[in-house]
Write a protein that binds this ligand. Structure first.
Ligand code: DP6
Length: 359
């Protein structure tokens, strides 16, 4: 089992220049990460579906430089310089330098783009940090070809976690667990691990993301996580996440979609309940979020079609359902839910396999 100290690169060469390119997807948590300790250690374990279509594509050009006293990088978003993303990258480099001491030896050109609209309210930090971490691991592999595949992917997830917690679940697919859990072999607070005992009922599971509100969130995830310190229900919530993960593990393996739905929806509402009961308290759902939830419940009741919802830290609704009811559910979305989406917008996605090397 890899420990923190194993991720410190010690022996490596140098190269003059290189180019890499990776895509990494977004992911949607089923059991949610909400609350963390120092150094991006989660307060409870989480599990997610890796998505397929919502991705960040990042190209990294690396050139050896003569002085190595500071980090040096240019950042392009959709081909144009993007100054406001730079502090986040600077902070990421600072956090990972201990594990990648070679970073200051190079100048980086980071060229990044998303397959989903930038202002869609879909968090790009998970896919973005995962794609950047993969590129940095390609550099590490270039200067130390001896590293194994297992180490490569585990360290990519470890680095991505230091950029944004949920990003560590975007390296692999189709289902990833992050955080120590007694019943999941190899699970770790330091990086995500693939959970592979999945029943065919969950094969190609669908996620249609309804864009309810594309505006800037009034409270960032980082602030939200922080409010779990001294939260009156924190300890009970963290224990519940362990229990829900035990249950969902069994349900994913046995293919019990009905019971899966109960855990997933309860997790989504619990996440938002934590926000509503923190101090200061806040609400990220919008009236249309609730309209959609009620419509989904009514449709499920009337048709017995196993469709459910989950939420991330925002107003958008992820509609989850098995592939074999896709036609019915898309028709339902068209007929009854599109009216609650901003400009009628939604994104069709499904479970995917994780990061992909393009160059
Ligand atoms: C509600 O990973 O965005 O989506 O580690 O501060 O970057 P930081 O937080 P982030 O939090 C995601 C929270 C969530 C739940 C989840 O994805 O598990």
């Amino acid at each position: 089992m890899l420990a923190e100290k194993d991720f410190i690169a010690t022996s490596y060469n140098t190269i003059d220049s290189a180019s890499f390119e990776w895509s990494a997807p977004s992911n949607i948590a089923l059991v949610k990460y909400w609350g963390k300790k120092e150094n991006q250690i989660p307060a409870n374990p989480s599990i997610s579906f890796t998505l397929n279509n919502c991705k960040t594509i990042t190209k990294l050009d690396v050139v050896k430089k003569s002085e190595n006293s500071s980090f040096s990088f240019d950042l392009l978003f959709e081909g144009k310089p993007k100054e406001d993303f730079k502090p986040k990258i600077q902070k990421f480099f600072e956090r990972i330098e201990k594990y990648c001491p070679f970073l200051k030896e190079y100048h980086f050109k980071i060229d990044t783009q998303n397959t989903f609209p930038h202002s869609s309210g879909i968090a790009s930090s998970a896919s973005g940090m995962a794609a950047l971490a993969m590129n940095i691991m390609s550099l590490e592999k270039a200067i130390n070809p001896a590293i194994s595949d297992d180490y490569f992917y585990s360290k990519a997830s470890f680095l991505a976690r230091l950029g944004s917690g949920s990003a560590c679940r975007s390296i692999k697919g189709e289902v990833v667990v992050w955080g120590n859990h007694v019943q999941i072999n190899g699970s770790s607070d330091l990086f995500g691990v693939e959970f592979s005992e999945i029943h065919s009922n969950f094969k190609n599971y669908q996620d249609t993301i309804l864009l309810v509100d594309k505006g800037e969130k009034q409270v960032s995830s980082t602030v939200g996580h922080d409010l779990m310190h001294n939260h009156p229900y924190a300890e009970r919530r963290f224990a519940q996440a362990h229990e829900n993960l035990s249950q969902i593990k069994t349900l994913l393996s046995s293919g019990n979609v009905e019971e899966f739905i109960k855990i997933v929806e309860s997790e989504a509402l619990t996440l938002h309940a934590m926000m509503m009961t923190s101090m200061p308290y806040f609400i990220l759902m919008k009236p249309n979020t609730l309209e959609i939830i009620n419509k989904i419940w009514k449709f499920r009741d009337e048709t017995q079609i196993p469709v459910c919802f989950t939420l991330d830290a925002g107003a958008n609704v992820h509609v989850l359902y098995p592939e074999n009811v896709k036609e019915n559910v898309l028709q339902f979305i068209q007929d009854e839910l599109v009216g609650y989406c901003q400009n009628g917008q939604y994104i069709c996605d499904q479970i995917g396999n994780g990061a992909n090397q393009l160059k």
